[in-house]
Ligand binder design. Structure first.
Ligand code: PMP
Length: 410
């Protein structure tokens, strides 16, 4: 937990939080979509461009070497953050979507007709559509892990068949906040020689991740959700699997030799980093990871859990409201509906009261279909949110409810 003065100090590092919207002080509760960036992240990128920038990897001149060093140092920072055993297992991508597509496009070549890929009902479209594409290209079959009405995975080892080559699940659901039993899934999958990809877009900002302890085969991170810049993300992969995975894109930097007859590829991570990489993004991400470690992921999680508990307890007492996603293990996402109201109208009303929440299907249309709803309004908390902001959110929801609530006819 943070003391009130610590929280003030933390907030002061995010000047955008002082913005006003519609004449009200902004209460930013759309952190699952994207978090804001502390000054030190912005400054790290500014300093890189001011003092260090040049193209990386092939230059003999000093500035190019400095830029290469800074970029590779950022990779080392990510390795440390995830406790990967080697920096060659850390690939910089554009984001989580790009990281998942990198693996899925390689698997499209590795899968055989009749093989199976298993995703879950809770997945973001980013962890569904790339696998559908891979299955279509290879003749493999996409299967789905079901959920219960609380939004918890109904994981069962019987879902695996001898043909299941890979299971792709998120660590934390962006729509409901469910924390999934990754350890169990990995154990069961590995007992059957099935690989596991974990989409860590939502877990990165809330949990301390140790890829070796989790024993996951692939893990992805999104920079902009973890107080880092947009346009950068991470794919972690076990080295042996990365060696066997065909490259996603061709181009400069990912090759050993190019002849018109045949090209040989560089070793990981470069095999998966065609073209000039996002150096400033990687450096900003590394600074963001240092930032969350300095603040302390355990304390961040405790703080956000307290905010979630406060908001859930207050809203649970309102009979006009339905909380969507009531898993036992949840991270800082609160999805809800006001009876008779469309989520979009809830979002617009809250916005006019200064509260930024996200509304809609949250890129999880199959999940919304399973729950029989068009979407939700979703508040999601970050380390800089305060109990006072949660109270403002609750009051705004009460006001919106008094304006929008329409009891459904029996
Ligand atoms: N997976 C999940 C669970 C997400 O919440 C998101 C972003 N909403 C993504 C994947 C996509 O991440 P990115 O924006 O980095 O491509």
């Amino acid at each position: 937990m943070f003391s009130a003065s610590e929280l003030l100090e933390l907030r002061a590092q995010f000047p955008i939080l002082e913005s006003t919207v519609h004449g009200k002080t902004l209460v930013y509760l759309d952190n699952a979509a994207s978090t804001h960036k502390p000054d030190r992240v912005l400054e790290s990128m500014n300093a890189y461009y001011r003092t260090t920038h040049s193209n990386v990897h092939r230059g003999v001149h000093q500035l190019s070497q400095k830029a290469t060093e800074a970029f590779e140092q950022a990779r080392e920072e990510v390795r440390l953050h995830l406790n990967a055993s080697d920096a060659s297992e850390i690939i910089f991508t554009k984001g989580c979507t790009d990281a998942i597509n990198t693996v899925a496009s390689g698997y499209a070549e590795l899968l055989r007709a009749g093989d199976e890929v298993l995703v879950s009902t809770l997945e973001h479209h980013s962890n569904i559509v790339p696998w559908q594409m891979a299955c279509r290209r290879s003749g493999a079959v996409l299967r789905v892990i079901p959920i219960n009405d609380s939004g918890e995975l109904l994981w069962d080892v019987a879902l695996l068949s001898p043909r299941t080559r890979l299971v792709a699940v998120n660590h934390i659901s962006n729509a409901l906040g469910t924390i999934n039993p990754i350890e169990q899934i990995v154990r069961d999958c590995h007992a059957q020689h099935t690989a596991v990809l974990v989409d860590g877009a939502q877990s990165g900002p809330h949990l301390s991740i140790d890829v070796q302890a989790l024993d996951v085969d692939f893990y992805t991170l999104s920079g902009h959700k973890i107080y880092g810049p947009t346009g950068i993300g991470v794919l972690y992969g076990k080295r042996a699997l990365l060696d066997a995975l065909p490259p996603y894109q061709g181009g400069g930097d990912m090759i050993k030799t190019v002849r018109f007859e045949e090209t040989t590829y560089a070793d990981p991570p470069f095999k998966f980093e065609a073209g000039t990489p996002n150096m400033a993004g990687a450096i900003g991400l590394a600074e963001a990871l240092r930032f969350v470690r300095d603040v302390g992921l355990k304390r961040i999680q405790e703080h956000e859990t307290a905010l979630l508990t406060q908001a859930s307890a207050e809203l649970a007492g309102m009979s006009e409201l339905r909380l969507v996603g009531t898993a036992q293990r949840k991270a800082s996402v609160l999805s809800f509906l006001i009876e008779g109201a469309h989520p979009y109208d809830i979002g617009v009303l809250l916005d006019h009261m200064g509260i930024a929440v996200r509304t809609g299907h949250h890129c999880t249309q199959p999940l919304m279909e399973r729950l029989g709803i068009p979407g939700t309004a979703r508040a999601s908390f970050a380390l800089y949110n305060t109990p006072v902001e949660v109270e403002a959110f609750v009051q705004a929801v009460r006001k919106a409810t008094s304006m929008l609530y329409e009891p459904t006819q029996a």
